[in-house]
Design a protein around this ligand. Structure first.
Ligand code: FEO
Length: 393
């Protein structure tokens, strides 16, 4: 338990040991579930709760801060890593009302079986007075669920954006103390969680640009006491601009695809293009997602297994398709033994991407002279496309 401003306390939990979120997302640096106690002159509010596995830590912190009474539990988001401990909080503070929006209320009833009579719903822009502190609720849909809302504490100029601007980072530092470290963690978080909602985030940034913000207190990771650091980073990530970069994501079984990748990547580097190469069976998918935040081009490399792509390549394509990066161009390189529909299947798996598909290069068996020439041609074409965008010289 620590104070971030007078009578505003961080009472959440650090999860040093968690290494996987949603049984999918790697957490190399753990995470935190931030909750905040805001004590006004008349009422006290708890802003979000924690993951149910950390319920005890939240309750301990509430005891430490001397929270004899909680009048309101503000639920900004229905996902259980923030809402899961609400039933435990309501058991200890039965007089508390859950303040949220109608969509989130419905989710909390569905997900946590919270009683209908426990809720007070608020509209976008509505306020709640705690006495000398007033909470302003701001709907910020799709960061990253449809019901998410943020809270602005005008008296202290703190914006609580829930998941938005967060980072999966277990740290003893309450505030950002190393911007380079937090930048990486926040970019990873953006790539994995927020990237599919780039357009909605642009609109939400316009909304908060109207607020005077001195501090951003997210629901994961450290608090930003220099908010422009993370707002500017987000403006860059959600912009339509791409960089002179190729993400080369591949898998190779017997070396044919590896030989193609090596030749192709060398060619891209010789043409002045930055390459981020991922051997998919050994890749942290968070690193792959981060590379896709900026890259102009994605190339998938795969052998043919049975009639389609290698399942590891197919898995990566499904993820990329779900993350919907702003990538402009895509291609496929690979090999086959006796036939198959690898190119058609990969193309189908990345159907959400608004990309121009560049001519794939598929070798029969180990690549030979003509295949390497085709790879050189693809590298030339990528350079031309990047030049047309004005990102390559
Ligand atoms: Fe951190 Fe969407 O939950």
């Amino acid at each position: 338990m620590r104070q971030i401003k007078p009578n505003v306390y961080a009472v959440g939990a650090i999860d040093w040991d968690r290494r996987l979120f949603d049984e999918l997302i790697p957490l190399p640096d753990g995470t935190s579930y931030n909750a905040y106690l805001i004590r006004g002159s008349e009422k006290t509010a708890l802003l979000d709760a924690v993951d149910p596995t950390k319920s005890e830590r939240l309750i301990e912190n509430l005891v430490k801060v001397g929270a004899d009474q909680i009048d309101y539990v503000i639920a900004q988001h229905g996902e259980q890593d923030h809402s899961g401990a609400i039933p435990d909080v309501l058991t200890i503070y039965p007089e508390a009302k859950v303040v949220t929006n109608p969509k989130c209320k419905a989710m909390l009833i569905d997900l946590l079986d919270v009683g209908e009579d426990k809720f007070v719903t608020v509209a976008d822009g509505e306020t709640l007075s705690l006495g000398d502190k007033i909470l302003h609720f701001l709907y910020i849909p799709w960061v990253h669920w449809p019901e998410t809302m943020g809270t602005y504490l005008e008296e202290d100029k703190i914006f609580f954006p829930c998941d938005w601007f967060g980072s999966h980072l277990a740290t003893s530092s309450l505030f950002v103390d190393d911007e380079a470290v937090v930048y990486e963690a926040a970019k990873r978080y953006y790539a994995e969680i927020m990237m599919p909602f780039r357009t909605a985030i642009k609109k939400n940034i316009e909304k908060i640009d109207l607020l005077q913000i001195e501090m951003i207190a997210p629901s994961h990771g450290p608090v930003y006491d220099r908010p422009e650091f993370i707002i500017d980073a987000y403006k860059d990530w959600v912009s339509d601009e791409v960089k002179n970069e190729v993400v080369m994501a591949y898998v190779s079984m017997h070396g044919s695809v590896r030989a193609m990748v090596q030749h192709f990547v060398d060619g891209l580097i010789e043409r002045g293009i930055t390459v981020k190469q991922f051997n998919l069976p050994a890749t942290d998918i968070g690193e792959l997602a981060m590379a896709l935040v900026d890259a102009a081009t994605l190339v998938v490399g795969s052998p043919t297994v049975l009639t389609g792509p290698h399942p590891v390549a197919a898995y990566a394509c499904v993820l990329v398709n779900a993350l919907r990066p702003k990538t402009k161009f895509a291609s496929i390189i690979g090999s086959y033994g006796w036939g198959g529909k690898m190119v058609e299947q990969i193309t189908g798996l990345i159907g959400n991407l608004k990309v121009e598909l560049l001519e794939p290069v598929i070798a029969k068996g180990h690549p030979k002279g003509g295949d390497f020439t085709a790879l050189d041609r693809l590298a030339d074409q990528i350079l031309d496309k990047h030049r047309e965008l004005g990102i390559a010289s």
